[in-house]
Every structure is written in structure tokens, then in C-alpha cells.
Design a protein around this ligand. Structure first.
Ligand code: PLP
Length: 387
């Protein structure tokens, strides 16, 4: 059967491009066309350690050898507990809930906020934000095209403008708001950085008005922006943080990290997820977190982020069609016309990129990418630009 034929039974909610990928190593994928492709998408910010990371592979093998892939949360297993302890030790959080995706993590965050807040049942989200496709997360996501077909959505959501402190304040003053949710960098919304001062203002307002500050670090978390958590750059801590994409080294896993005050509002039976924190994914996640969380690794990410910023800055000077380059760490957006056309031509030239909206080319290289691979990627990208 040809690769194209094997796809015909898949539900048509995606439009996959290029060959079928059959193997991966480091930052490279091999297609069934026999070509090698340099991957600057990391499976949309998932494969932070690239393909075939030895530590993740060993952790997965260890879980396989132990013979338990899953027990359910009716019983205890060591990896989930160790992973929760690692996350708590390396963040603001006291307690962690595990699930299977970013959207599911945000669903959990919504429910935890509602439980914590009692009668207050409204949530403030932001224009340009993206939090997932499930019904609660979709209600917090500012994408009319994604929302319209599925109305009615979860009620009680207000959208504020990023930067509009007074608007957020007015909503909080109603006394009906349980939580404010924001991405420290709006990723799907075009790699739009949220000013540290605005995050600080949200922190202060939430504290003043007794609402939870919930940070969606599903895409920014775990080293992507040059610090373990993107919010570190603003010098604040949230009450709730959601994680997913890179957490388990390519296996599906999400997490909701909360303070003890939030945790105290939850009791057995309030929430759950059959697969959450299973031994296989938790083992892979522990290996991933330990590797990314090591300071020399993060220092390397920061060094490479400076190189990438320089390369993109120079590219912008050479290419007048580029309106702006923006980003942090190894998450960058290039704003220009025909983003999808550039991504398509780059694919033909052996480079995987993705978009973030119609006019932003997004770069999310594996955090382990080498300097020469970054230079090579930018050279291919430039070749794919027509202006
Ligand atoms: C910030 C953010 N939150 C939530 C999600 C949803 O994650 P998932 O696709 O794992 O449900 C995404 C996915 O792109 C995201 O970028």
C-alpha cells in the first residue's frame, strides 16, 4: 500500500504535508521518499530533546522491562510520584495532577479554579490566546472560526486585551471571577510576547481580588523560552500552571501544577483521568525533565537562542518582506506575507517549519539543535522566501 493510501481512513481534520516519516535521529527525520528533513517544528514543541534521545529511550525501556505500562490511579506507582516531586521541587507548585494533553490540562485547571472559587464561576482569557480544542479549553480560545461551529460553549468567559490592565481590573471588580488564564507567550496566536510588566500586573490584581492566576505553559514550559518556565522572566509565580507538549519526551502527557491553597479545595472524586500519570509516560517524563532541568542544558539553550536571534535579525535586514521577528529562547515567529507558502517551499527543500496564523512562520527547533543545524535551517528558510 502506498503511503498516501494508508491515510485515507483518517478523519479529515488535518491536512498533513510531505512524505510519511519513517525514522528520526536528533533534529532530523527520514521520509519514505528516502530524503532527510531538518525539523524546526519539534512536532509542535513536543520533541524538545529531538528524536531518539538516549535517556528517554532508556527510561521507556526500563518501564517496559518492569512490565507495567499502566495500573490506573486506583493504585500507587513510583514514577508518577517522583515526577510530581521533581515538578514541585523545580516550580512554585505544591501538588501536581497528571493527564494526557494540553487541552485536558486546561480542562483540569478550569475545574480546579471553579472548585477553589466556590460561587465565583467566571474566567478571564485573552484576545489572541489558544488553550486547546476540548469544550472548556475552546471556550477560552480566541479563535472565532474554531468556536462558531460548536456553540453553545462553556459560559462565563470574558476576553480581555493583552496589556489592558484597566479592563482586567474592571472584570475582577465584579467579584464573579474565579481565575485569569494567559500564555506567557501567545504561541499559536503568532508568537506574541506578553510584557513582563503585564504579567506582574495580573499577578498583583489576582492577589488583590482573590482570583487565581493560571499560566498556560503547555507550549512555553520546560525550557522552550530559555528558562525552565517562561514566567520566570517576569519574576512572578502563578497559582496554577498547565504543562503538556515536551513533558514526556514525545509521549502524550499533560500536568496541572497547583499551590497548596488550590490543592486544599480538591478532594477524592472531584476530578480524574484513567491514563493520567501512567508508569510509561511518567518514566519518560522524569528522564526528560531531569535532562532539560539541568542548568548546563538550560545555559546551552540560552546560548543557542542568542545565535538564533542573531541569525533571524540578520535575515530580517536582508529580506524586506519580513515585518518583524520576535520570540524568546528557541521559539520564534517571523511575521511576513505568505507564511504558508514559505513553509510549503521549505518542506520541498528539506526543512520542516510551521505557521502561527496566516502571516507568521514559526520556528520551534529541538532544544538540542546544533549551531550548524540552526545556520543550515535559516539558510534553507531564506531560500524559501520570495521577498
Ligand atoms: C498554549 C497551548 N495550550 C494548549 C494547547 C492544547 O494542547 P493539546 O493539543 O495537547 O491539547 C496548545 C496546543 O498547541 C497550546 O499551544
Amino acid at each position: 500500500m502506498l503511503a498516501a493510501d494508508t491515510q485515507s481512513a483518517l478523519l479529515g481534520v488535518y491536512k498533513p504535508a510531505g512524505p510519511s516519516f519513517v525514522a528520526g535521529e536528533g533534529c532530523w527525520l527520514t521520509g519514505d521518499d528516502g530524503r532527510r528533513y531538518l525539523d524546526l517544528t519539534s512536532g509542535i514543541a513536543v520533541n524538545a530533546l529531538g528524536y531518539g534521545d538516549p535517556n528517554v529511550a532508556a527510561a521507556i525501556r526500563g518501564a517496559l522491562d518492569a512490565g507495567i505500562l499502566h495500573t490506573s490511579n486506583l493504585f500507587r506507582t513510583a514514577p508518577a510520584g517522583e515526577l510530581a516531586a521533581w515538578l514541585a521541587a523545580h516550580s512554585f507548585a505544591d501538588r501536581v495532577f497528571f493527564c494526557n494533553s494540553g487541552a485536558e490540562a486546561n480542562e483540569g485547571a478550569i475545574k480546579f479554579a471553579r472548585r477553589w472559587a466556590g460561587d465565583r464561576d467566571e474566567i478571564i482569557a485573552f484576545r489572541g490566546g489558544f488553550h486547546g480544542r476540548t469544550m472548556g479549553a475552546l471556550a477560552l480560545t480566541d479563535r472565532p472560526a474554531y468556536q462558531e461551529p460548536f456553540r453553545p460553549l462553556m459560559p462565563g468567559v470574558h476576553f480581555a486585551e493583552v496589556g489592558d490592565v484597566d479592563g482586567v481590573k474592571a472584570l475582577l471588580q465584579t467579584g464573579r471571577v474565579a481565575a485569569v488564564i494567559i500564555e506567557p507567550i501567545q504561541a499559536e496566536g503568532g508568537v506574541r510576547l506578553v510584557a513582563p510588566g503585564f504579567l506582574q500586573a495580573l499577578r498583583a490584581l489576582c492577589t488583590e481580588h482573590g482570583a487565581l492566576l493560571m499560566l498556560d505553559e503547555v507550549q512555553t514550559g520546560l525550557g522552550r523560552t530559555g528558562t525552565l518556565w517562561a514566567h520566570e522572566a517576569a519574576g512572578i509565580t502563578p497559582d496554577v500552571m498547565t504543562l503538556a507538549k515536551p513533558l514526556a519526551g514525545g509521549l502524550p502527557m499533560g500536568a496541572v501544577l497547583v499551590t497548596e491553597a488550590v490543592a486544599a479545595a480538591l478532594k477524592p472524586g472531584d476530578h480524574g483521568s484513567t491514563f493520567g500519570g501512567g508508569t510509561l509516560v511518567a518514566s519518560a517524563a522524569l528522564a526528560t525533565c531531569r535532562k532539560i532541568g539541568a542548568e548546563p542544558f538550560m545555559a546551552e539553550v540560552r546560548r543557542k537562542s542568542e545565535l538564533l536571534a542573531d541569525l533571524l535579525g540578520a535575515l530580517a535586514l536582508r529580506r524586506p518582506g519580513i515585518r518583524q521577528v520576535r520570540g524568546a529562547g528557541l521559539m520564534w515567529g517571523i511575521e511576513m506575507d505568505d507564511a504558508a507558502g514559505i513553509v510549503g517551499r521549505a518542506l520541498e527543500a528539506g526543512l520542516l517549519l510551521c505557521t502561527a496564523g496566516p502571516d507568521v512562520v514559526r520556528l520551534l527547533p529541538p532544544l538540542v539543535i546544533g549551531d550548524d543545524e540552526l545556520r543550515q535551517g535559516i539558510a534553507i528558510l531564506e531560500g524559501a522566501m520570495e521577498c
